[in-house]
Design a protein around this ligand. Structure first.
Ligand SMILES: NC(=[NH2+])NCCC[C@H](N)C(=O)O
Length: 303
């Protein structure tokens, strides 16, 4: 049931958060020499004006499909890893989350490569012009045909640098918050508490590894049409800092944090409600459990 809950929770999160992600990528990747957007809200308005509201949903295909598996992997691996580690401690929360973050990167990296390319395609164009990629799947097929497995995994190292600590923090912070807020079964404020805990967790998690996300976006957007600006991660960091200063690592951060709260609040609350329904249907009222796998956003009905 964790699988189903994770899938539905992930889909809810993608629908709520994708526009913010598109704005983030546009701001992260746009040229500093001739910027199209002055900031987060100007970017939102410009995309809607020039590309309609659907411009905000460019590239949603791959995360909507990919997150079905990603959330299932994340919640499944984290819960099983924690059980393997034996004790539900903050350190084990981090370790289990980091393991989940590393494993889900196998799907996340190609998925975000396609998403990033689709989000950057047709930037600022008022009228649809012939596109390099028809859709996210066509994007990955073309990259694979041109550059093979290496091409499809472009940005993998920066994805791992972002996701392994990022997901470690994700599950550690969520566990600490839900415990300190007293998310106990039968608490009538449990859902608002879980929404709050999930939202804050998303913000803290993204802040923890955001510089890696900026570099990952630039590397994954690089090479469209076969023209490469960066030769390596170090070259991308060097060029970015030399041209824009260390502030480059905050590009798109506002949109990311605006996205992180509702997406992760929606994901955790949806997972909770799906599991609550499932347990309510399958197993009826349950005692409050203590293991982390059951400390996840679940609601056991009072017996
Ligand atoms: N820095 C991270 N990768 N944090 C994990 C957050 C994952 C969550 N699915 C989101 O997209 O917000």
């Amino acid at each position: 049931m964790d699988f189903v809950a994770g899938c539905i929770g992930g889909a809810a999160g993608v629908f709520v958060g994708h526009p913010f992600d598109t704005v983030k990528v546009r701001l992260q990747v746009q040229s500093i020499d001739s910027p199209l957007y002055r900031g987060t809200f100007h970017c939102f308005k410009t995309i809607i004006r020039r590309e309609s509201v659907f411009g905000l949903y460019k590239g949603i295909g791959s995360p909507m499909m990919g997150l079905t598996f990603i959330n299932a992997i994340v919640f499944g691996v984290q819960g099983n890893a924690l059980r393997m580690l034996g004790h539900d401690t903050p350190a084990n929360q981090f370790i289990a989350g980091a393991a989940a973050g590393g494993i889900q990167s196998i799907i996340c990296c190609p998925m975000e490569l396609a998403k990033t390319r689709m989000q950057m395609q047709g930037t600022g164009e008022i009228k649809a012009s012939p596109r390099l990629y028809k859709n996210s799947f066509d994007c990955l097929v073309r990259i694979y045909k041109h550059s093979g497995v290496t091409g499809v995994n472009r940005g993998m190292v920066t994805t791992l640098i972002r996701e392994i600590p990022g997901f470690g923090v994700y599950f550690l912070v969520y566990d600490v918050l839900t415990r300190s807020l007293g998310c106990e079964p039968g608490d009538r404020f449990m859902i608002p508490k879980l929404l709050f805990a999930g939202g804050i967790t998303g913000i803290v998690s993204w802040l923890s590894t955001y510089p890696a996300d900026v570099i990952k976006s630039r590397l994954q957007a690089d090479g469209i049409g076969g023209v490469y600006q960066y030769s390596s991660i170090a070259d991308c960091v060097r060029q970015s800092v030399r041209k824009e200063g260390y502030g480059v690592f905050t590009r798109g951060l506002t949109s990311t944090l605006l996205r992180a709260f509702p997406v992760n609040a929606a994901t955790f609350a949806t997972v909770t409600l799906v599991l609550m329904y499932a347990r309510g249907v399958e197993e009826g009222p349950k005692e409050c459990k203590t293991t982390q796998a059951d400390h996840h956003p679940q609601i056991q009905q009072q017996t």
